[in-house]
Design a protein around this ligand. Structure first.
Ligand code: MG
Length: 426
């Protein structure tokens, strides 16, 4: 059975999310900054045209953006995650064979005989996403996932935003214009090797020798090359595997010195990670706590970590906070300016295989703990995170990240709903 793949990629995703709720941002340079407003992580086409590169520190382009009446945003991840959900739910309506590849990318698979025109299908998907979510996308269609990725790159340059490589009379001409390292799965480690052997373009790679490829790039490299030849070797990954490890870690907005403040931040991160754990119905048997100063500053340096095996795997926040705090106490040294504390849950396992301890470590039963955490999660799910939170995580949270330019939580907080038109009553 012949199938084709479509790769859907949201254009300048974070910027597009901001634009949906503020149309005055259209046709202006817009950038979104990383955590702590450090550097640029998303750019509108206008910002790209000003020469602002990905990863540029904010202070280096601040004036340039201001001079060109541009706009700057701190990253608003709850908005981006929610908009991503909406895009993915809409895409799902087109086919059951569907893989979420990243926050703003998805693969769709179609049976070729079902389709009248791929180009038309691409346009229909693009228009539907635009209408349902306001997000502009590009679509590349190809016989394999690797070719769909390449088609998407070409689609990005085209006015229509869609490109069907299966329809092209001479694919080799297109592949000639794609450098090797732009091929999906060819990482930096192979780029050099290929160059040394005169393989510079995707077309060169397509006609490389199988035995040589297998020897030098393993069977994974060979798979990529077969995909360039139109033979599908990389299937969709439809089941999202639950995470084996969960980490919650952020740099502080300002250096933190006291154990109290560190413990607050750690409790906050632990609560976030524990919520993720419960969302995927898992429990953690092992936790690790990391603590470090800022190694880019000319100050006394210290960093440490500690691993702790819990007496019983759990997803119960109060217990996890208690153990994490105890771990922190063991590695904390006074007199340093700390930049970061993190928590990592390892060896995560499904809750249904939990082996309860014969001699329970806490007085509350498993059912009581679950009921309690369910209540907390549903309150926060409905009224926003941290509506119900643990006192251990602090009230003032002076260590919080810097986020000076955040937009509203348009889609996930009632009070931030956009107002279309204010009207007088009565
Ligand atoms: Mg994108």
């Amino acid at each position: 059975m012949k199938t084709v793949f479509a790769l859907v990629d949201c254009n300048n995703f974070y910027v597009s999310c901001e634009r949906v709720f503020d149309p005055s941002l259209e046709h202006r340079p817009v950038v979104v900054l990383s955590n702590n407003d450090g550097c640029v992580v998303a750019r509108s086409n206008e910002a790209k045209a000003l020469g602002i590169q990905m990863g540029t520190p904010f202070f280096k382009c601040r004036d340039l953006i201001r001079k060109n009446s541009g706009k700057v945003f701190s990253s608003n991840y709850s908005l981006y995650a929610d908009m991503s959900q909406r895009v993915m739910r809409t895409l799902e309506q087109f086919t059951p064979d569907f893989e979420i590849y990243s926050i703003d990318e998805a693969f769709l698979e179609f049976r070729a005989e079902d389709l009248f025109s791929l180009e038309q299908l691409g346009r229909r998907i693009k228009n539907t996403i635009r209408q349902h979510t306001g997000i502009p996308i590009s679509i590349g269609i190809g016989q394999t996932k690797t070719l769909a990725k390449i088609a998407n790159k070409i689609a990005k340059q085209s006015a229509s935003g869609t490109f069907d490589i299966t329809d092209h009379p001479d694919t080799d001409i297109l592949l000639e214009s794609i450098p090797c390292n732009d091929v999906w799965g060819v990482g930096m480690q192979y780029e050099k090797l290929l160059k040394l052997n005169g393989i510079l373009t995707a077309r060169n790679l397509k006609y490389a020798d199988d035995a040589w490829l297998r020897k030098k790039m393993t069977v994974m490299g060979l798979r990529t090359v077969w995909e360039l030849r139109g033979i599908s070797c990389i299937p969709l990954e439809m089941a999202t595997l639950s995470k084996k490890g969960i980490c919650s870690s952020r740099s502080f907005g300002k250096p933190v010195e006291t154990l109290n403040e560190l413990a607050e931040a750690l409790a906050d991160y632990t609560a976030i990670a524990a919520e993720k754990l419960r969302k995927q119905r898992s429990v953690a048997p092992i936790l690790q706590v990391y603590l470090s100063t800022n190694r880019f500053k000319p100050e006394p340096q210290y960093s440490a970590h500690i691993t702790y095996k819990l007496p019983e795997a759990t997803a119960y926040t109060p217990e996890l906070v208690r153990y994490a705090t105890a771990c922190l106490g063991k590695i904390y040294r006074p007199g340093y300016q700390y930049k970061k504390v993190s928590i990592f849950f390892a060896g995560i396992q499904p809750q249904k295989y939990l082996q309860p301890n014969l001699f329970p470590v806490t007085r509350n039963t498993f059912a009581q703990k679950s009921r309690f955490m369910n209540a907390v999660d549903s309150i926060n799910g409905r009224w926003g995170s941290n509506t119900a939170q643990f006192a251990a995580a602090g009230i003032k949270k002076s260590w919080r990240m810097r986020r000076q330019y955040t937009s509203q939580h348009y889609t996930t907080r009632w009070s931030d709903l956009p107002v279309v038109k204010a009207c007088k009553t009565g």
